[in-house]
Write a protein of this length. Structure first.
Length: 226
């Protein structure tokens, strides 16, 4: 009877070696696979939680920016409308002393023209500010973030997209232009939105403190509250 020599294949040999190595690793550290699996799940949960938190913060910040831009746009637009109405009323009235205008009046008219120019520039800047749809088109999804992290690429070495709108620079230009308008108007009180909101809150707090002043509670605490 002929005898056939059965030699193990290379794949069978490598599988056996891998099984031996895996068994050896499990003996040394039986919790290694659990630690690797839990670490991967923790990283995925952390990325997802960070993405959701960042999205919520972005929505809040976007609402604040929209409120500020709306306030600046309405301020400049109302100023232009007020100047237009004032000019119409002035034309309707007969001015008999047009030739006797003083130098201070001429300077005031020059400053008013400058304020009108800055107000129109402000309205143009706010109108050119990107809308939410345009900003959402530039967002980075969580799938893209995961792909970058898995590939091991460095975000700082990626060439910037020149088509993206620089929101920070646009917002800084609008704020600087609005501050210039307030300086030209020589307002006695600050009229920027942040200080107006803080001033309104402080007035409400003072009013509440005045209403409750001198009213002491006579209700004794309960035993359960001690």
């Amino acid at each position: 009877m002929a005898q056939h020599n059965i030699t193990p294949s290379i794949d069978t040999f490598s599988t056996a070696v891998d099984w031996d190595n895996s068994l050896f690793d499990d003996v040394i550290d039986p919790f290694q696979q659990i630690a690797i699996s839990e670490r991967a799940q923790g990283q995925e949960a952390g990325r997802r939680a960070g993405y959701l938190d960042g999205r919520d913060i972005g929505r809040t910040k976007g609402w604040e920016i929209g409120l500020e831009l709306g306030y600046i746009h309405a301020f400049a637009n109302n100023f232009i409308d007020g100047c237009r109405k004032r000019e119409q009323n002035t034309k309707e009235q007969t001015d008999t002393n047009q030739e006797e205008r003083s130098t201070s009046a001429d300077r005031g008219n020059h400053r008013l023209d400058r304020c009108l120019t800055v107000s129109r520039e402000l309205i143009d800047l706010v109108n050119c500010f990107p809308d939410p749809d345009e900003l959402l088109a530039q967002r980075t999804d969580i799938a893209e973030i995961d792909a970058i992290e898995l590939s091991g690429r460095d975000d700082s070495k990626i060439a910037p997209d020149t088509s993206r709108v620089d929101v920070t620079s646009s917002l800084q230009r609008i704020r600087a232009k609005f501050k210039l308008l307030l300086v030209l108007l020589r307002t006695r009180t600050p009229l920027d939105l942040k200080r107006l909101l803080n001033r309104n809150h402080s007035v409400e707090d003072e009013k509440h403190a005045t209403d409750t002043k001198g009213k002491e509670s006579t209700v004794l605490p309960k035993e359960s509250d001690w």
